[in-house]
Design a protein around this ligand. Structure first.
Ligand SMILES: [Zn+2]
Ligand SMILES: [Zn+2]
Length: 340
């Protein structure tokens, strides 16, 4: 991490301001929060809206090459061995996430007869549930093995292949308006080249009053400490979002926020943000009042948080590994004790 974070309590020196290009607010002023390494891009933070992003940004072709040849974090990605989704554990995990997502969607809309666009559907666990509930679902998914499973095993017929590098403009054959857009299956904003462009496109494709359901990871809230820092995810995450910058993005695209908060029911390497946003009707939104989001993520607070994570990282790793090992041992013991 940069020297800037070694003095988290001092006010920022104007000499530390570097060139950036903020996708959220358009500012060209930033400060470095992580120097480039083999494991992460150079990460800067916008000094005006606190968006953390890779700068300079990766080229579209390089991003495609990375996903084709190196990316193995999805069971359906090309770098994973095998012809299809072989691990039943992966499918079970996706089914569990789908149940979580379906509960969120059901809180806001009656899915029967609704037209829903599912972005990054993976193997279609949630899309298939929406389809069973009577919705007309169309899907977008970058990985071929996932599309195969969604089609062959889950009976989803309209799935468009689109690499992450082209998600921003969303050049898909499905025409709006949609009643809802679902991005709860897997986080997407961090992976695309311009979240702002993608959100504006989604906004334009929604019917007035239509909903966006969105999952994202909060980079300031790590949960498993597998890497050396919160930024070590290679070039896949061009954006490192927080609940606050996710909320700002949604509002900047024109959405009214209904919810944007850390969801206690979903954790991966990070704690997850659950966002529900609505495209306004012409003048007023009937029903639920929008949630007021408090922006308490000043630059100083973020720098302090990153500094604190850096100081306590090794301790957190040891604690987490110990907890996991104990959990595994207890599970093995429980299996050996016959139930009475
Ligand atoms: Zn900004
Ligand atoms: Zn990711």
């Amino acid at each position: 991490m940069s020297n800037l974070l070694n003095q988290p309590f001092q006010t920022m020196d104007r000499n530390c301001v570097v060139k950036g290009n903020c996708d959220l607010c358009g500012s060209k002023e930033a400060c470095v929060v992580a120097e480039p390494s083999e494991l992460n891009c150079r990460i800067v933070m916008c000094i005006h809206c606190q968006l953390m992003y890779a700068f300079p940004q990766i080229e579209q072709e390089d991003l495609d090459t990375f996903y084709e040849s190196n990316f193995a974090n999805d069971p359906g990605s090309r770098s994973r061995p095998g012809q299809g989704i072989e691990d039943e554990d992966d499918i079970q995990k996706q089914d569990a996430v789908a149940e979580w997502g379906l509960n969120i969607i059901n809180r806001f809309i009656q899915i029967k007869d609704k037209r829903i666009l599912d972005l990054r559907c993976q193997t279609g666990a949630l899309s298939a549930r929406l389809q069973s509930g009577g919705a007309k679902v169309v899907c977008v998914e970058p990985f071929e093995k996932n599309r195969w499973y969604a089609n062959e095993q889950r009976g989803l017929s309209e799935i468009f292949p689109l690499p992450f590098s082209r998600f921003s403009k969303l050049p898909i054959p499905f025409q709006g308006p949609f009643d809802a857009v679902n991005i709860l299956t897997h986080h997407v904003l961090a992976h695309v080249l311009s979240p702002r462009m993608l959100l504006e496109k989604i906004f334009s494709m929604l019917t007035p009053g239509g909903y966006l359901f969105l999952d994202e990871k909060d980079v300031l809230k790590p949960a498993r400490y597998k890497t050396g820092s919160v930024f070590q995810s290679g070039p896949v995450h061009q954006y490192h979002l927080t609940a606050q910058t996710t909320a700002r993005y949604l509002e900047a695209a024109g959405f009214v926020l209904i919810e944007c908060t850390i969801d206690k029911g979903r954790t991966s390497d990070f704690h997850h943000i659950r966002a529900v946003a609505r495209k306004p009707e012409s003048n007023n939104l009937p029903g639920m009042p929008p949630q007021t989001i408090h922006y308490d993520s000043s630059q100083g607070r973020i720098r302090w948080r990153l500094w604190w994570l850096k100081q306590t990282w090794t301790l957190r790793q040891v604690y987490f590994l110990g907890k996991r090992k104990t959990h595994k041992i207890l599970r093995r013991i429980r299996r050996r004790i016959p139930s009475t």
